[in-house]
Design a protein around this ligand. Sequence first.
Ligand code: NAP
Length: 467
Amino acid sequence: MAYQTINPSTGEVIKRFTEISDADLDATVAEAQAAFETWRQQPVKHRAKVLNAVAAKLRENAEEYARYLTLEMGKLIAEARGEVALSAAIIDYYAARAEAYLKPQPLPEAPGSIVEARPLGIIFGVEPWNFPYYQLARVAGPQLMVGNVVMIKHASNVPQSALAFAQLFEDAGAPKGLYTNLFANFEQVARLIDDPRIRGVTLTGSERAGAIVAERAGRNLKKSVMELGGSDPLIVLEDAPFEPTLDNALWGRMNNTGQSCVAAKRIIVVGKNRGAAFLEGLKARMGALKTGDPFDPDTTLGPVCSEQAMHRLLEQIEAASNGGAEVVLGGGRVKRPGFYVEATILTSISRDNPIFRQELFGPVMSFYVVDSEEEAIALANATPYGLGGSVFTADLTRGRRLAARIESGMVFVNHPTWTAPELPFGGVKRSGYGRELSELGFGEFVNRRLINVSPVGAPPPGVNQGG
Ligand code: NAP
């Protein structure tokens, strides 16, 4: 693992970065700990001012910040601008809401008792490359407003984006140690998790990394949040409006070049005739995507993030095909420099096909046709994952009823799974545990401290336990 920028649209190595030394790592933890001692005492209004300034800097330099994303992980430039705006919105959201979220809660059943939310200390995040700022905003926004401080090990292929995000805090006049970017290796990650000054661990990424980091956190009895992979179903019922649902399925599967944890990776259409028509519609739309430089506004299909990611996808397509799946669109590498995979559709995927249970992290769609709503639900839930899911139907009551049967952390009716500051984000099963965003994300690394005040000589609170 080396921290470096490789332009995925050309394969060119742009810049390499050196890892932090063990001595410097220790010094930065000490700096973060010192920052925490001061930051935790600051009034919420002061914290909000700092975070608003961070969001303002991000907006002020939106174009420069968007360009780092496109350069380092190949996101289409329009989508990169969208991510910058969303990240700033998340930070502002928590700056605005923290005061209400932090209000001590009286316990009506226990007079004299309140529960207050206190910060824990340094929260350590291990983050992925697919939404390089959004992932950081999901951690930094709530945790800094709670009064915690944050240290981040970002993905090794987005070092300039990682540095740029950290720079926002410096530019906003935040105290040193409030937000720290670390070019750390895996051994150092393990050491940090063991360090008693680190009080919570959050990871967004693959199941493999999640299991390693969660195990380490567990051994240290530290709270962790795991935001892991997904293979979200998108169910199309007979009554869903045809064209708009096609557009949604396309966007749900292909945004961010298909590299989203909540992408609609499995399209499940109810009804044979509808299924056949829907597949033709998808083939036409996906086949019309235009491969090119992600900086070019006319490009609609960018590269995947790395050579390794490209080879992994191509191997998965081959394994799917060897296992009996039909490749009805694409299936190969695009003949041009860089790491491009054709927009691909797989059908006839049997339950014993290796990719039936795998996540396809790129522009590859699994397409299924079933005979009934019951079959659609059974197929939707036949996955080790449980992140998001969606149902498309003109009948909202039916949509709600079906949504309630999908085993996942998020379900949307008539929209692919998506994200907003106020919507809790996270999964069940092998998609992980805990939530980010909304008030739920705010509460993950908090000491909900009970304070009970009784008059001198009062009996113990609660039901008289005798004796
Ligand atoms: P990944 O390999 O797990 O990488 C994610 C982060 O974990 C990176 O910073 C990576 O560092 C680090 N990491 C990997 N192995 C580690 C280890 N043994 N010890 C410590 N750190 C380790 O994930 P990815 O393949 O790049 O990202 C895609 C995955 O993330 C997909 O499965 C996707 O669904 C999931 N994801 C989930 C969510 C969610 O909210 N649920 C959001 C986005 C993505 P290096 O870069 O240095 O390897």
